[in-house]
Design a protein around this ligand. Structure first.
Ligand code: FAD
Length: 454
């Protein structure tokens, strides 16, 4: 007779970064995990595809992380793929064809380590620099809790200039929040500048995957779960109802009885997956209205290697970041807050990306092949007041928890937010804190943390 498992069986619905993180954390906590993903591959929004006619996996959109993304880095360590991230502690930047960079002074304590680096930013006049120094000082000394009832632009007040609006603030806020300073809550802007830039020497280091995202978010977690006794069901949308001895989860022809369920889905997907009786009991958590922000990702292949830095941020441009891959034969680019790109075909998006690149590198040759896609619902727009409306993992149904970048993690819609939500959902089921600590405060912030603990 086959041995009967006494492990609690947890079904995770949704194989994006939130679901993957929950599945790994719950497996480590001793649960028997079944992960169900409706698409053919895991990874959700952070996945890869093979564009028509191109026999290579590329990402729907290049994704980056920061040193401050401790939960996401924890996931990569568990999966054994941490060394597939290249870390950049020197960020080339461009304003038109003027080159500059953001570079820290490692011998100085945070936040002073970045002060000198501001002098290296391109395209700024002495007045812009003086205004930026005043703004960064205001950011550096702002005491939490940071206000969620006004935009970042309103919070900054006069401490900006038109050049900074179109350049420094726009590049950083668009890349992290997919929103402008006029749209984003001051709370999220300050969270980024403080925890993602200033709090610790490594916080702002930019992590760029050296492989397609599917290696990190599909191949590695699938193999990890198989090695640790988990099961992965691909290509089937799951649905959940309550049965006599637990949750009944259906995925295609398969039916699973589960003690616990993690819904690592967007609110709309979760409503579709739940039996109406369960939706009613989950309550208003799934009713949160999230305004969608769009992003375009494009890839351009060249006949000969192009001589660009491995990564470049663009000031005052439709594109935010440019990544050099395949020895310079491919550039991958990102355009955040990409509403103006709506209606363009993939070829039209790639053409627009190339024209933007030419404004910064006038001698860039024409690409020999391109691929592009625009994700209309890439992220939620972190408007003032949103944080209080994001639900936590616990629902009105015991054993049924929520995860997803949109849930209440305090973070914007990022892979780190998704990873944090997965850990929060796992913590709620296990009844123990499985969260990963933030980077410790350094420099001046170490002193202020000590003072505020007293
Ligand atoms: C173009 C773009 C660029 C981005 N750039 C960055 C970046 O550079 N850095 C960063 O940190 N973040 C970035 N993000 C945000 C980041 O990708 C997301 O915040 C994160 O991946 C969301 O993960 P998630 O697990 O919460 O949701 P999702 O990735 O949406 O995962 C939900 C999953 O559930 C599946 N599903 C739906 N219904 C069912 C069902 N009934 N049964 C089973 N499965 C189901 C879906 O197929 C999907 O795989 C970007 C996003 C986009 C779209």
């Amino acid at each position: 007779m086959a041995p009967v498992s006494t492990l609690r069986h947890t079904v995770v619905l949704g194989g994006g970064v939130a679901g993957l993180t929950a599945a790994v954390a719950l497996t480590r906590a001793g649960r028997l995990v079944t992960l169900i993903e409706r698409r053919a591959e895991l990874g959700g929004k952070a996945g890869s595809y093979r564009p028509p006619g191109i026999f290579q996996w590329v990402d729907h959109c290049p994704h980056v992380l920061l040193g401050a993304c401790t939960s996401q880095r924890w996931l990569y360590e568990q999966l054994g793929v941490g060394d597939l991230i290249s870390w950049h502690d020197r960020l080339p930047l461009r304003a038109g064809d003027e080159a500059g960079e953001l570079l820290a002074q490692p011998s100085l304590p945070p936040p002073f380590n970045l002060a000198q680096g501001l002098l290296g930013l391109p395209g700024l006049t002495p007045r812009d620099l003086a205004t930026l120094a005043a703004a960064m000082t205001k950011i550096s000394v702002a005491r939490p809790p940071w206000p969620d009832d006004q935009t970042f632009a309103a919070w900054l007040g006069p401490l900006t200039t038109p050049t900074l609006d179109r350049g420094f603030w726009s590049l950083l806020l668009r890349s992290v929040l997919n929103a402008s300073a006029d749209e984003a809550s001051a709370r999220y802007g300050l969270l980024f500048f403080r925890h993602g830039l200033l709090h610790h020497r490594d916080a702002w280091h930019l992590g760029v995957p050296r492989c397609p995202l599917r290696t990190l978010h599909h191949v590695a977690p699938r193999a990890w779960l198989a090695r640790h006794g988990g099961q992965v069901v691909l290509g089937q949308a799951g649905s959940v109802a309550l049965g006599p001895s637990g949750f009944v989860v259906r995925a295609g022809a398969e039916e699973f009885v589960a003690d616990e369920v993690v819904l690592a889905l967007t609110p709309t997907q979760a409503r579709r997956a739940l039996d109406p009786a369960l939706t009613a009991r989950v309550g208003g958590a799934l009713d949160v209205d999230l305004e969608a922000g769009s992003i375009v990702g494009a890839h351009l292949w060249f006949a000969e290697p192009v001589d660009l830095p491995p990564v470049t941020g663009l000031f005052d441009a439709e594109l935010d970041w440019v990544f050099r891959h395949d020895g310079g034969r491919r550039l991958a680019v990102v355009a955040s807050t990409a509403d103006a790109w709506q209606g363009l075909s993939p070829a039209g998006q790639a053409e627009r990306a190339w024209r933007t690149l030419r404004q910064h590198w006038p001698r860039l040759p024409a690409p020999v092949a391109t691929a592009a896609c625009r994700e209309a619902r890439a992220t939620f727009v972190p408007r003032p007041g949103l944080e209080a409306r994001r639900p936590g993992p616990v629902t009105g149904v015991p054993g049924l928890v929520l995860a997803g970048a949109w849930t209440a993690t305090g973070w914007p819609a990022t892979m780190e937010g998704a990873a944090r939500s997965g850990l929060a959902a796992a913590s709620a089921l296990v009844g123990a804190d499985l969260s990963v600590p933030d980077l410790p405060a350094q420099g001046v912030y170490r002193l202020t943390c000590r003072t505020s603990r007293r």
